[in-house]
Design a protein around this ligand. Structure first.
Ligand code: NAD
Ligand code: UD1
Length: 351
């Protein structure tokens, strides 16, 4: 019997932020990895850096295909070359604001891309899938912490693509019980690999808090807008569950192990968060401490659609995946700053 160490994993969107960190951990664990990515929101340099970090043995186990999940010829090339034991599916568009302005782009990319992927997995007899979902499926939760069996709601087209895809996955598995599907609901991924060689590199002005703070710290943006300081929280700013991207990467390995070893998975969801809530002001203070830089702030009105406080219940993942986040806010800010200070313009050498 082939040992778990030699299994082949297809990682869609593996050139992106969470994908690169997960691919590196997969290679470190001895998996063979193929990436398919259309480089819509990433660059090939990120994959080259993963190869460097993985060393000679690890990089020998990595194949990179530039391809689009909406293009069946691209999928045919990938699936006909390698027999996959499982797929980790990150590829998707994720900007909430853009999804409101361009809903069809989001439905086309995220839904059609995933339907094609499932079709090829079926054609090639691979029925094991780990899917990137999001805490966005809890909408504005009435209670916290968020538990996996809460009612699901979507607040925008991006959130609806995640919600629809979760439902599609449940239907696919119900119709054919041979499928084993794990839906991972990420809370707020931040931080970077400890080497500072890979990290998040958003195109344009960042929407999310940590990349924005990072760009203020390196002088690319003048100040941070704090969206809301009158929330009913300890300091008036909103509370989120930030999770180190390396913890997330390890959560995917734990999910794969579960998929390979348990036969009663069906289609089930797990939160990947720390279970701890941190306010925007606390996050700014932690980043200032880690970087030694002052982050100028401007107090602004609340951002429409934002929830007051969102954090995860981590019980199910701890119990069933044997996974628990190891890093706190201090390490998240330390590693994010290490990445930012070494790569102030991300993967590009100049503006
Ligand atoms: P990312 O944009 O850095 O990575 C996604 C990758 O998918 C990119 O490299 C992009 O080029 C690729 N891609 C997009 N559409 C594709 C297509 N049709 N065919 C091939 N490749 C395609 O984003 P990320 O932060 O790494 O997120 C990965 C996944 O996790 C996404 O599905 C996202 O919705 C989900 N997620 C992210 C967050 C977050 O805050 N980062 C939170 C919750 C869920
Ligand atoms: C956002 C998305 C969510 C997605 C998640 C991925 C929205 C409404 N939600 O969540 O769907 O899954 O990213 O990480 O966009 N903040 C500022 N100033 C800024 C940026 C953010 O004060 O410049 C505040 C926000 O108001 C929020 C907190 O920081 O209170 C975190 O914001 P962000 O990083 O955008 O994440 P979420 O809003 O939690």
């Amino acid at each position: 019997m082939a040992s778990e160490k030699q299994q082949s994993i297809l990682v869609t969107g593996g050139a992106g932020f969470i994908g690169t960190h997960t691919v590196l951990q997969l290679l470190n664990e001895g998996f063979k990895v193929s990436i398919i990515d259309n480089l819509d929101n990433s660059v090939e340099e990120a994959v080259d850096r993963v190869r460097d970090l993985a060393g000679r043995d690890g990089s020998r186990n990595l194949i990179f295909h530039v391809g689009d999940l909406r293009n069946k010829d691209d999928l045919e090339k990938v699936f006909s070359q390698t027999r996959f034991d499982a797929v980790i599916h990150f590829a998707g568009l994720k900007a909430v604001g853009e999804s409101v302005a361009k809903p069809l782009r989001y439905y086309d990319n995220n839904l059609i891309g995933t339907l094609n992927l499932i079709e090829f997995m079926l054609n090639y007899g691979c029925k094991k899938l780990v899917f990137s979902s999001s805490a966005t499926v809890y909408g504005q939760p009435e209670k916290i912490p968020c538990v996996e069996d809460f009612e699901l709601k979507a607040m925008n087209p991006y959130g609806r693509t995640k919600l629809f895809l979760e439902e599609i996955a449940r239907d696919v598995q119900k119709a054919d019980p041979e499928w084993r599907i794990i839906l991972l609901r990420y809370f707020n991924p931040v931080g970077a690999h400890i080497s500072g060689q890979i990290g998040e590199d958003p195109k344009g002005i960042p929407n999310n808090l940590m990349p924005y703070i990072q760009q203020v710290a390196v002088g690319r943006l003048p100040e941070l807008n704090i969206f809301g300081h009158d929330y009913p929280t300890k300091d008036g700013s909103a509370i989120r569950d930030y999770i180190h991207v390396m913890d997330l990467a390890d959560g995917h390995i734990a999910a794969l192990r579960k998929i390979f070893t348990a036969d009663d998975i069906g289609c089930t969801a797990y939160n990947l968060g720390t279970g701890c809530g941190t306010s925007v002001f606390e996050m700014v203070a932690a980043f200032e401490k880690a970087s030694g830089k002052k982050i100028p702030i401007k107090l602004c009105p609340r951002r429409p659609g934002d929830a007051t406080a969102v954090y995860a219940s981590t019980e199910k993942a701890e119990k069933e995946l044997g996974w628990k986040a190891r890093y706190g806010v201090e390490e998240m800010c330390r590693d994010q700053w290490n990445w930012a200070s070494k790569n102030p313009w991300g993967y590009h050498s100049q503006p």
